[in-house]
Design a protein around this ligand. Sequence first.
Ligand code: ADP
Length: 487
Amino acid sequence: MYIVMIASECAPVSKVGGLADVVDGLSRELANKGHKVEVILPYYDCMKHSVVKDLQNNPVQVSVPCSGKQIFSTVHKAVVHENDCYFIKPHSQEKYFDRGIYYGKSDDDERFTVFSLSAIEFLLESGRKPDVIHCHDWQTAIIPVLLKAKYRQSALSDIKTCFTIHNIWHQGKTTEKVLKMAGLEPPIYADMTDDTDAAYVNLMKGGIIYSDIITTVSPKYASETKTPQMGEGLQKILSKYSDKYIGIINGVDYDSWSPGNDKYIPFNYEIDTIEDKYKNKGQLRKKLSMKDEFKPIVSVVGRLDMQKGVHLIRHALLHCLNNDMQFVLLGSSPDTEIDTYFHHLKYYLKNNGNCHIHLSHDEELAHLIYAGTDMILIPSLFEPCGLTQMIAMRYGTVPVVRNTGGLSDTVFDAEVSVKPVAERNGFSFDDFSYDAVTLALKRAATTWADKPYTFREIMLTGMKTDYSWRSSADKYLNLYNKISGKW
Ligand code: ADP
């Protein structure tokens, strides 16, 4: 099978969120299974150049028809984290990817449309005929539309497309101007009219209608996004196309996340050496100047965003400090209001030896937190998949999560789940409320204190479960096979 991934991010070279991890992890796993995989990405000036290997200095040049003119883009081949990557650099006065930023410009719709057009022209120009083109999120959602409309008579017309929704909050709502610029005709505009505001067209909606298969990053999120409460206006179109809409849980990159060979933690451990986890707990306390007392440590690692339940996190932290638990928070927020909110909390608690608040991105500390804490709290309002609960379980850290999206699909409550006891791996709660989060934390803490053998079983269940890309990549392969009939 020959697969071309086209995306706006890929770890570790250009990462904003989970999308980058999926493009990297899925591509590598597919290649490990013997398939040919190429990843097409924008050539951002701000990407992490140090991880780009074997960058060829004779780029291919393609001419891209756009707004009735031609833009020239160069395509630079390189290897990143074992993936064969092609970086696209459009050469125009707009300097689309030379802005020192990945997203957040008022012409993002244009930037990624030019990128998408350039990717298609590169495939045509180089005579590539993949079995499947896999596009991700709104930034590349126009590609299935272009292939079925503008390029319907080209050599790429019969290539099958898979479109993955990583987060339905970001849909690429734009104006017809962008579709015109891409060379699409008015009948397509009607299809892509936004369902909540007819003055706009919606790029994600185009990807949904015109791709051969749509995926999202967990089965629960696939069903949630078909409801008015969580579909963000796309519920009708997703319900209409539900026969081709499937949820597949993301995998975790076990090369980076394994307590047995994690280079960032002082004491490596496995299931049969689990006691060494507690040496990491001691190191974490030492590093963060926390008291060495017989208490569980609850952690939070993540973006501090409304999606992640910031008020519940603050409430939980104070609850833990008042109830014989310690708390470590590692998070950052580009939102100044949220950032200030947590800086105030940090100041207020600065002499409290039972907690530590670290407000920045710190990869190394994240590893030590997964290894050195007892529970991880994830009280998200919504969570398409979530990686932190799966990483934590790999490290024997018990998740306490809100029952939503991928958290529901991966965390099964130790006391009330319908799953067999042997599959119960954490604690969960339904309501997005202070009381619900507090009760779940109380249940987890009581089990930790009063039923240590049960708590140990819950830890081991998480550690034993395979959350790697292996089985998720097989699910994608089955879909590719179904649409292309090639394998
Ligand atoms: P999302 O994609 O919504 O941000 P996920 O749970 O899917 O959330 O993935 C978050 C990833 O980012 C995890 O690998 C987590 O360890 C990492 N991460 C989040 N915040 C931080 C931080 N402040 N420092 C280090 N790593 C972080």
